[in-house]
Design a binder for this molecule. Structure first.
Ligand SMILES: Cc1ncc(COP(=O)(O)O)c(C=O)c1O
Length: 391
């Protein structure tokens, strides 16, 4: 059958019809353990009653008005996000890329206010910030950029987890206004930087009067065992972007700002028709409430440790394993060879996983995953990795 969808994705040959908790069912009623959560989106699992109830209740009242009117649910959500993060205000978008576009625009205005005519942002190798022209230009992956020249100007790229490279860039360029970085690189291969990396970036930004901008689209909202990954470092960025898990499946993005960065996007400078409408904000409020009531930050931290430990034990004798790493329930298992094939093999065995950076198996299970489900995940995947690496 001819598909009328643009072929932008190499899709796996499966379609899901329903979900519950960590489970998904396909059209033949085969059951799968979802260890990917729609790429860090459905942290509360599928068909969570709190999300379902919020959608039903809000859709009976009002789905959408416009940002030219007050939206009380949006106010409530912004207040809650600021309470949780220590940030000052929020712009709501519909996706992670759009949240990052807002961040890039904030950096540009910040530069112009400092009389820098061609402001530039330091960005990282192997980063991923989205697929719009601005965010793909910021992204450090030629596969994402190829074919789309001319790219947007104003990005200076340095290696991830390398403070010296940032310092050198600051000597070589006198137009840097901000640093944009993921606390842990997700698409780049679950790359976890040195413990003090973010602290050092914070100090450099303070010293040089730069905006510290964190892309927490994947790490944010409890995934790493804290509401925001920057909280592991006891710092606060000037800008922090969110999306994915904030809506548990309804499209919402957010660009949070603090201090000087919070005053730059004034009336007429930015906007969105759908961004922060009553429906998505009602759902996001329910998501935050559930994470808090069920203590899911702590659970993500504890379960992440348990999963890491279990994989290390199970894969101890497999010499093809380079490393098992995690921060909360953001987990990477790196092999010494490309392993994208494992995604299809796992699918056949009823397990949804993902591979990033060619050799790193990425697991982003729902935060509500149970002990028994963790055991099943570790058992199934370890056996698959063992037989795959023996080939
Ligand atoms: C760190 C990061 N930033 C931005 C994005 C883009 O988000 P979206 O696909 O919602 O535009 C992603 C998506 O994977 C991401 O992981």
């Amino acid at each position: 059958m001819t598909s009328h969808i643009m072929p932008t994705y190499g899709r796996l040959n499966v379609a899901f019809t329903k979900g519950e908790g960590v489970w998904l069912w396909d059209e033949d009623n085969k059951r799968y353990l979802d260890a990917l959560s729609g790429i860090a989106v459905c942290s509360l699992g599928h068909a969570h009653p709190a999300v379902h109830d919020a959608i039903c209740a809000q859709s009976k009242l009002l789905l959408h008005t416009s940002n030219i009117y007050n939206i009380p649910k949006q106010e409530q959500l912004a207040t809650r996000l600021c309470q949780l993060s220590g940030m000052d205000n929020v712009f709501f978008s519909n996706s992670g890329a759009e949240a990052n576009e807002a961040a890039i625009k904030i950096a540009r205005i910040y530069g112009h206010e400092k009389n820098i005519a061609n402001p530039a942002i330091i960005v990282m190798e192997r980063s991923f910030h989205g697929r719009t022209m601005g965010t793909l230009s910021a992204t450090g992956n030629p596969k994402v950029q190829n074919g789309f020249a001319p790219l947007l100007d104003g990005f200076v790229r340095v290696p991830f987890n390398n403070i010296e490279a940032i310092e050198t860039a600051l000597i070589e360029h006198n137009n840097i206004v901000a640093i944009l970085v993921e606390p842990i690189q997700g698409e780049g291969g679950v790359n976890i930087p040195a413990l003090d990396y973010l602290n050092n970036i914070r100090s450099i930004c303070d010293q040089h009067d730069l905006l510290m901008m964190l892309d927490e689209v994947q790490t944010g909202i409890a995934r790493t065992g804290a509401w925001f990954a920057f909280q592991h470092n006891n710092i606060i960025p000037d800008v922090c972007t969110l999306a994915k898990a904030l809506g548990n499946g309804v499209p919402i993005g957010a660009c949070m700002a603090k201090g000087k960065a919070s005053k730059l996007l004034t009336a007429g400078k930015h906007g969105s028709t759908f961004g922060g409408n009553p429906l998505v904000c009602a759902v996001a409020l329910a998501v935050l409430e559930t994470i808090e009531n069920d203590n899911l930050c702590q659970q993500a931290s504890d379960k992440g440790e348990a999963i890491n430990q279990a994989f290390r034990e199970r894969l101890n004798n497999n010499r093809h394993i380079i490393g098992v790493r995690n921060k909360g329930l953001m987990i990477g298992i790196e092999l010494d060879k490309p392993c994208t094939e494992l995604v299809g093999i796992a699918l056949d065995s009823g397990l949804l996983i993902n591979v990033t950076g060619d050799r790193s198996i990425r697991l982003l299970p729902p935060l509500i995953i149970s002990k028994e489900q963790i055991e099943l995940l570790v058992d199934t995947l370890s056996s698959l990795i063992d037989s795959y690496t023996k080939k």
